[in-house]
Design a protein around this ligand. Structure first.
Ligand code: DC
Length: 231
């Protein structure tokens, strides 16, 4: 029997491709822990803001990153994120943090520290981890790697609807522009850029419902588990 304690599913892809929505469902279905790595980079970015550190100040952020406590607490419908003991689940999703997280997450020391913490989270649990560099850098040995994409317009439309529910007002065209900029920064940084791993399976969610994406990934996982159990 494949041991669910060391089974790893990596889901990478650009902002708004639906990674976190499907990763959460997959985690429940296969009894795995869900790790939202983007939330960790967002928490480091918020730490800089709260402590009056300029986002451009790589040295100061790098000097402090090992002392930043980031914890996840399971909750419905969204997992809670704690930064140095404070619930920052909502704050890490603000426009200011979203617009600056690509820069902060490009710093080597920040990436090294977060990568080490992410690997540590797999030591006693099977995981579904979503991010940009999970299949390429964090868990290159993951048994299942998915690269989830969607058109920029689809992704902007999804953000638009999410924002509407939260009472936030930003035009579709400006959301699309923000997404394009973040895609560019995330895929052009020097260290661990957003990139499909050679052995990842690419799925385009533009014309698929959440259930359809979940079903496709579930079949891929089930097939993989079957092969592992037979070997
Ligand atoms: O998935 P998200 O939108 O919450 O991620 C926020 C940012 O964090 C994203 O723009 C790039 C960065 N990130 C990263 O560099 N590596 C990861 N594994 C996850 C996120």
């Amino acid at each position: 029997m494949a041991d669910s304690n060391n089974f790893q599913v990596a889901i990478d892809g650009p902002a708004g491709s639906g990674k976190s929505t499907v990763a959460k469902i997959i985690a429940k279905r296969f009894n795995l822990i869900y790790v939202d790595t983007g939330a960790m980079y967002r928490a480091v970015t918020l730490y800089a803001k709260m402590n009056g550190i300029d986002y451009e100040n790589e040295q100061e952020i790098s000097d402090r990153v090992t002392f930043i406590s980031i914890k996840f607490l399971p909750a419905d419908p969204v997992q809670k994120v704690f930064l140095n003991g404070e619930d920052v689940t909502e704050e890490i999703r603000s426009k200011e943090i979203t617009n600056n997280v690509s820069l902060v997450s490009s710093y080597k020391k920040v990436r090294d520290e977060m990568t080490a913490r992410q690997r540590e989270m797999t030591s006693s649990n099977g995981v579904v981890m979503d991010g940009r560099d999970i299949g390429t850098t964090v868990l290159p040995q993951a048994q299942v790697k998915i690269f989830l994409v969607a058109s920029t317009l689809t992704r902007a439309q999804r953000r638009f609807l999410e924002n509407k529910k939260k009472g936030l007002d930003q035009s579709l065209s400006s959301l699309e522009e923000d997404i394009k900029q973040r895609d560019y920064k995330d895929s052009h940084r020097l260290i661990s850029p957003l990139k499909k791993a050679d052995d990842a399976i690419e799925l385009d969610s533009s014309n698929l419902t959440v259930e359809q994406v979940v079903d496709k990934i579930s079949s891929i996982i089930s097939r993989r588990l079957k092969t592992i159990n037979q070997s």
